[in-house]
Every structure is written in C-alpha cells, then in structure tokens.
Design a protein around this ligand. Structure first.
Ligand code: NAD
Ligand code: MG
Length: 387
C-alpha cells in the first residue's frame, strides 16, 4: 500500500503535535514530508530529527540559523519566512496538507496547496471563514477534497457518509459552552485571561481557547459549516452540550437524525481526515455510557455571548463581512491575552470594526487581503484608544 505523504503546517501546536502522535502510531500508513512552525524552533528541531521530513520551514526568520545548524547533518532542506510556506505545500512528494496553523495566515498556503492539487485536512477554520466561497470554488475546480478536522465538522462529515444523494434538512453543531457557561455580563466584565484559558473539556492553543470562552469559536464554526456543507444560516443550529460527547448532528428530510459521538479527543477527527475514507484501528480511550449517565443540552445565550449572534449576522450579510470579524477578533483576542482589553470588549472591538470597514459584496482574493489589513488596522486603533 502506498503511504499517505503528509505536510503539517503548524506542527508544533495542539493539532500539529496530536497529528504527529497519530502518524507515529501508524508508521506503515503515513510519512511526514513537510513540517512548519512559527516560533517554537526547539520543538520543530526535535520533530524533524524524529520524523525525517524532506523540508521544514520556520516562520520567524531570526530562528533560521538555529534550525539549519541543528539539522545540518540530516538530508532536510530548511527554509524560513511566510513565502517559504506557500512553496513547500506545492512539493511533488506531498499528498495531503494538514492546515494546523492558527489564524488568517492559513489562507494563502491553503490556496497554493489546492492549486497544486493537494487534498486539504482543514483544521485552520479561519481560512474558510475569511474566504469560504473562494476556497470551495478552487477545491471544486482542482477536484481536491477538503477534509474537516474540526471535531463538529468531522462529526457531520462522518454522518454524511453514504448519504450523498440525501439533502440535509439542518445540522446541529454542539458547543461545550466554554468555561463561562451560565455566567452573566457582570461576571464576564471581571474575568482574567487565566480563567478564560481554562477550558473544561479540551486542551487547545490559546487563540481557540479564548474563542471558545467568548463563543466566537462556535460562530466561526457556523460559518465554516456553511461553506463545507453548502448550507444557509437557517439550516445551522447550535446547541450547548457541556459534556462534549455528541460532536454534532445531521437531520435529513425524513426527520431522521444522525449523531457522531465519542470522548473529546482531537486525534480521532485528525486520523479520520488523514486516512479518509477508511477508518484506522486505534487505541484511543473508548466512551462508556455508564461514565456519563446524563448528557445535557441547553440553548446558547447569544445576548451574553454576543459573538455567536455577530457570526450569524455576517453569515446573512456575506461578502467580506466574515473576513472583517475574523480579523477584528484576532486582534481583540491578542489584546485580551496581553491584558490590554477586558473580556467583554472583545465583542465591542468586533462590532465597531464591522461598522467601519467598507462592504464588498463579491470580494476577490486581493479584496480579502485589503479587508483583512484594514480591519486589523482599525481594530488596533480602537484598542489603542481604549488603553
Ligand atoms: P496552536 O496555537 O496550538 O498552534 C498553532 C501552530 O501554528 C503552531 O505550530 C505555530 O507555530 C503555528 N503558527 C502560528 N502562527 C503562525 C503564522 N502566522 N504562520 C504560520 N504558522 C503559524 O493552535 P491549535 O490549537 O493547534 O489550532 C490550530 C488551528 O486548528 C486553529 O485554526 C484552530 O482554530 C484549529 N482547531 C484547533 C483545535 C484544537 O483542539 N486545538 C480544534 C479544532 C480546530
Ligand atoms: Mg470545534
């Protein structure tokens, strides 16, 4: 059997390291061809020594000499900078690109990978939020698969297996509710980044953990689902399910619902995407009903957690509006992580940025680039005025 040859963008992060665990457990099935990281040169070096990719990229150019020297006795090409990312994804020896980097930076490498005919295992949801129409159009044109890694979207993707002729009536995305479920705005006004970084069920990178606390993560996932599964906003529901056992559901036109469930463990959706359509045997811990005698469900509180309502609003408006809120959110979350704004101000920055950036109904790639730049600049200025 031919091995699946994988490039991992963001190999030192939460998704990247778990993907390498999956690959390590299945050495006869996968080979690692490319590894990339932004800052963590030490871990990138250790990973490269262990998995022997053909190419590595360190984003931060100041760390290039360090990585190059450490790997000089191995047949590994070392590159640096954002430009190198878009070249390595096009390599002949790559079948699947796992986009496990965080934020808008995922967009351009993903476009290049699709144009080069690579299948995409998509963790970087921001790419679809920013430019879903463009990405899905390119995927169709180049006949490549976009395989969701996000657990909710993987759940839906798994439920759709064998149902390709059957239209979806609606989908239900489950949300854990994050660390502040049930809290009011007075409480949220005082929360610290340390509290926000403590997610009840998942251990993830800092940005997505804050997004989970504000419910922006679910908002981004609603938009991601629209593009992945070709749905309208009234076909996408969100339900809070604090135990994170049911990962999401699909309802068909006969009323039947299918759910995918299991313990919260990203290795399963990562492995499913990398080895699609076959399932691989795994030793992941198994779910047991007796350990979870009650699974509960609640309506999300969109008045307290405004980001989810903002995401539904931009889903209706379309154009470049999702790109605007994504950029403003990246700036606002970073400011919150640096104690420059409070938790509730994250939504204020997003709303105010959305009101200021000009609307473009049918954006081109360069419109997305300009929208992202302008939204970041305006959001940064607002934050500067607040402190
Ligand atoms: P993380 O912060 O743990 O890791 C991010 C990785 O991206 C690191 O390897 C880092 O070096 C790299 N990176 C950071 N900035 C970069 C840049 N500008 N250019 C290139 N590389 C850069 O993040 P994570 O939690 O692994 O999340 C990665 C992506 O997967 C995000 O889009 C997130 O929304 C999505 N996702 C994560 C999870 C999860 O459980 N962690 C679940 C679903 C979806
Ligand atoms: Mg998710």
């Amino acid at each position: 059997m031919m091995k699946k040859r994988i490039a991992i963008l963001g190999s030192t992060g939460s998704i990247g390291t778990q993907a390498l665990e999956v690959i390590e457990a299945n050495p006869e099935v996968f080979s690692v061809e490319v590894l990339t990281a932004q800052q963590n040169a030490d871990l990138l070096i250790v990973q490269a020594q262990k998995f022997a990719p053909k190419e590595v990229v360190i984003g931060n150019e100041a760390l290039f000499e360090k990585v190059k020297t450490a790997l000089s006795n191995l047949p590994i090409k070392v590159y640096c900078g954002a430009d190198a990312l878009v070249n390595v994804v096009e390599a002949e020896n790559v079948d699947i690109v796992l986009t496990a980097m965080v934020g808008y930076a995922g967009l351009l490498p993903t476009i290049h990978a699709i144009r080069a005919g690579k299948h995409i295992a998509l963790a970087n949801k921001e790419t679809l939020v920013v430019a879903g129409e463009l990405i899905m159009g390119l995927a169709k044109e180049h006949q490549i698969d976009i395989l969701p890694v996000d657990s909710e979207h993987s759940a839906i993707f798994q439920c759709l297996t064998g149902e390709y002729e059957n239209p979806i009536e609606k989908i239900i995305l489950t949300a854990s509710g994050g660390p502040f479920r049930g809290k009011d705005r007075a409480f949220l006004a005082t929360v610290t980044k340390e509290q926000a970084l403590k997610h009840p069920n998942w251990s993830m990178g800092a940005k997505i953990t804050i997004d989970s606390a504000t419910l922006m993560n679910k908002g981004l996932e609603v938009i991601e689902a629209k593009w992945l599964f070709g749905l309208t906003s009234n076909q996408i529901e969100v339900i809070v399910h604090p135990q994170s056992i049911i990962h999401s559901l699909v309802q068909f036109e006969d009323g039947s619902m299918k759910a995918q469930m299991g313990l919260p463990d990203m290795k399963l959706p990562i492995q499913y995407a990398l080895h699609y359509p076959q399932r691989l045997k795994s030793t992941f811990p198994r779910f047991n009903f007796i350990d979870y005698p009650s699974l509960s469900f609640e309506k999300p509180d969109q008045e307290t957690f405004r980001n989810l309502a903002i995401a539904y609003h931009v889903l209706e408006k379309g154009g470049n509006t999702a790109c605007i809120i994504n950029a403003a959110n990246e700036i606002a979350v970073d400011a919150f992580l640096h104690d420059r704004i409070g938790f509730l101000e994250i939504s204020d920055v997003i709303t105010d940025t959305l009101a200021k950036v000009s609307y473009i109904a049918k954006p081109s790639y360069s419109d997305y680039v300009e929208t992202n730049d302008e939204a970041r600049r305006l959001a940064s200025e607002m934050i500067h005025l607040k402190v």
